[in-house]
Design a protein around this ligand. Structure first.
Ligand code: G4P
Length: 194
């Protein structure tokens, strides 16, 4: 998605440790006009698929998932990260290992909001190691819902997540795939620009 790649080039900042900071328009301050275009792009990429629910994970997936849900005209649900799954009631639960933060957390979604008959599109802002999407896919499977695919705004193509998700046969659409970044020069190379 050219508009997105241009924006990443203009406002993204390459930080130490292969971290791409996009908090001026994607995951802290949010450019809602850009989000609207992202929503339309996912709608286009999953055209012809029957989708009745968008599922994401808190925190920074929520904003983008809301706008995508609007574009599909379906409800958006977010999985909660929790330490209190035992008192959370009637929920599906899975584990997500955060490579970046070096810890494991439980994610939950209420059985009330996900189940048989649902056709689900997963949405997230970043795909790095794929653990968040794997956890969400797990919840979908447990619930008896159908996983239609996954859409991410930025895939870090030099990390394993894209391969992990595609190798599971999940239809994955990434709007910008970053293949390399250089923190010294600030250079960002996208997948289709080699
Ligand atoms: P994974 O879910 O693909 O396995 O990713 P990983 O554990 O490696 O990443 C942990 C968190 O860091 C995720 O957010 C992910 O979105 C974010 N992240 C990974 N690489 C980058 C990057 O280059 N730039 C930015 N801005 N974020 C990155 P999280 O901690 O799960 O949650 P939250 O921030 O949404 O609350």
């Amino acid at each position: 998605m050219q508009l997105l790649k241009d924006r990443i080039r203009k406002d993204g900042k390459v930080k130490e440790g292969n971290v791409l900071k996009v908090d001026s328009f994607l995951n802290h301050q949010m450019d809602i006009k850009l989000f609207e275009e992202i929503g339309k792009e996912f709608k286009r990429r999953f055209a012809g698929e029957e989708i009745n629910k968008i599922l994401t994970i808190e925190a920074s997936g929520i904003g983008i998932a809301c706008v995508v849900a609007q574009s599909f005209d379906v409800p958006g649900v977010f999985a909660k990260k929790t330490k209190t799954k035992n008192i959370a009631g009637d929920v599906y639960t899975s584990k997500v290992e955060s490579y970046t933060h070096g810890r494991v957390y439980d994610i939950i979604v209420s059985k009330e909001f996900l189940g048989k008959g649902d056709r689900v599109l997963l949405i997230d802002d970043f795909l790095a190691n794929g653990k968040a999407l794997e956890g969400l896919a797990d919840l979908v499977k447990m619930s008896g819902a159908e996983l239609v695919g996954a859409g991410v705004v930025i895939e870090k193509g030099f990390q394993v997540g894209g391969d992990v998700i595609r190798s599971k046969g999940i239809h994955l659409e990434s709007l910008a795939i970053v293949d390399s970044m250089d923190e010294k020069t600030g250079t960002i190379v996208f997948r289709d620009e080699h």
